[in-house]
Design a protein around this ligand. Structure first.
Ligand SMILES: Nc1ncnc2c1ncn2[C@@H]1O[C@H](COP(=O)(O)OP(=O)(O)OP(=O)(O)O)[C@@H](O)[C@H]1O
Ligand SMILES: Nc1nc2c(ncn2[C@@H]2O[C@H](COP(=O)(O)O)[C@@H](O)[C@H]2O)c(=O)[nH]1
Length: 407
């Protein structure tokens, strides 16, 4: 690796030109975010099997190797990188099909910051960009015993092919009828804590004295099956998901009264008296936060079960009806060796020029990434369409082409 050309950071540092040590082989792109320079290398020279990321801290003049979360892209000799919103880098890999083309590297999102606090190191997180519209996951929260599980079961029973449940991890003991892998992934605290450190969880919280968490995989498994994911998590978890890149619909289920909540919790007969008392104490705080925090898009009172269920279905149907018609997405395409990219109006314009027909065939694609997705893992809901660079605008609409007298 010593023979590699060094990466010069002088043009990025602003002050005295400074040659910084690098293991690069020259196939790298630098993205400046505040006082840091993220150097994305077509090959990670430690691992060899992925695109590499290093961070140069301008203030200390030091290189840092971050902890890398999420699915990592395979190495690429040819890629472009664009900074989005100061906290995510879009990496477009050349010479790859539509499923391996688009990657997001989170560099300063709340999700990454949270993990930096947990692990005490720089963190970046990869997620793969997935083309195609996708329904937003549904986060359902509310105090223990309010009926979240009952409502979710009804939804899954009525629409088995539409919804999938995100199976959480928990350190609590299974109840009599609960099955590992179906109701929860029952796990040991040590194992779960170590997996949290490794970035395997989208969110986690200590709830009623036990650890609960949604793994990235739990959400991805549902989305990969083409289903809309439902998360049954507490208010702390909902807050963490809000801070993540997973764009979801947040619904809070409230009881008609505190007495009714207590009645349901006791009637369920799954907890000891001590546990019931703990859950009721926590319920007061959750009700306060849930109703007043502005965290939730909808608050439903679960008085009569059937009425509440109808309201829940209404919320979900309305959202679906409001969805805009998808644009045409190329079934499969291969980005050629040269693909300069530029941003216009929150859209990425990709200029694909086939190397062998350099002057003859130019295809323009627009990548519309206003929709956010899951992290770290897959960022879903990207929209891609081809445009004619002469006659279409970036929305794919045909526009009047004015020819000048010199044409
Ligand atoms: N609208 C309702 N009216 C009367 N009983 C209800 C209603 N909804 C749910 N229940 C009952 O209340 C009990 C608690 O419901 P459920 O287990 O679904 O609550 P939960 O919110 O999922 O609780 P947890 O957070 O502890 O998992 C169950 O016995 C269920 O049958
Ligand atoms: N933050 C999270 N909370 C979770 C998750 N899975 C479940 N929960 C919440 O825990 C309580 C208690 O559940 P129980 O099954 O022991 O009755 C309840 O409010 C759930 O919503 C999770 O992954 N993350």
């Amino acid at each position: 690796m010593g023979e590699a050309p060094a990466f010069f950071a002088d043009n990025l540092m602003g002050d005295s030109p400074k040659k910084v040590d690098s293991k690069s082989k020259g196939n790298e792109t630098a993205i400046v975010v505040g006082s840091k320079i993220y150097v994305i290398d077509g090959v990670d020279h430690e691992l060899g099997s992925t695109i590499g990321v290093r961070i140069f801290d301008k203030s200390s003049g030091e290189w840092r190797i971050p902890i890398v979360l999420g699915t990592k892209p395979k190495p690429s000799k040819d890629f472009s990188a664009v900074l989005l919103n100061d906290d995510r880098v879009l990496v477009v890999r050349g010479n790859s099909g539509s499923s391996e083309c688009f990657w997001f590297l989170e560099v300063g999102t709340p999700f990454v910051r949270e993990h930096e606090k947990t692990v005490g190191n720089e963190v970046v997180a990869w997620s793969k960009g997935v083309l195609g519209n996708v329904e937003k996951p549904i986060v359902i929260s509310g105090p223990s015993g309010v009926g979240k599980g009952t409502l979710i079961s009804k939804l899954m029973k009525e629409f088995p092919s539409m919804f999938g449940f995100s199976v959480s991890h928990t350190t609590r003991a299974p109840r009599a009828k609960e099955k590992n892998g179906i109701h929860y992934h029952f796990t040991d605290r040590n194992v779960m804590e170590s997996e949290i450190k490794d970035g395997k969880f989208l969110e986690f919280a200590s709830v009623h004295g036990n650890l609960y968490g949604t793994s990235v995989e739990a959400v991805e498994v549902v989305a990969d099956a083409g289903k809309r994911c439902i998360l049954d998590i507490d208010v702390q978890g909902a807050r963490s998901v809000r801070a993540s890149a997973l764009e979801a619909i947040f619904i809070f289920i409230a009881p008609p009264s505190f007495d009714e909540l207590e009645k349901r919790l006791r009637a369920r007969a799954t907890e000891t008296e001590e546990q019931i008392q703990k859950r009721l104490r926590n319920a007061r705080a959750e009700l306060e936060q849930g109703k007043s925090s502005g965290l939730f898009d909808h608050i439903l009172v679960n008085d009569d079960l059937e009425t509440c269920y109808e309201k829940l279905k209404n919320i979900l149907c309305l959202r679906e009806a409001a969805k805009s018609a998808p644009k045409t997405i190329p079934e499969s395409f291969n980005l050629s060796i040269k693909h300069p990219v530029s941003m216009i109006d929150q859209k990425l314009l990709i200029n694909c020029t086939a190397a062998e027909h350099e002057n003859t065939s130019t295809n323009m694609y627009v990548l519309d990434f206003l929709l956010k997705g899951g992290a770290p893992g897959r960022t879903r809901g990207l929209n891609m369409y081809a445009i004619n660079p002469v006659t279409d605008d970036v929305n794919g609409n045909n526009q009047l082409h004015l020819t000048s007298s010199f044409d």
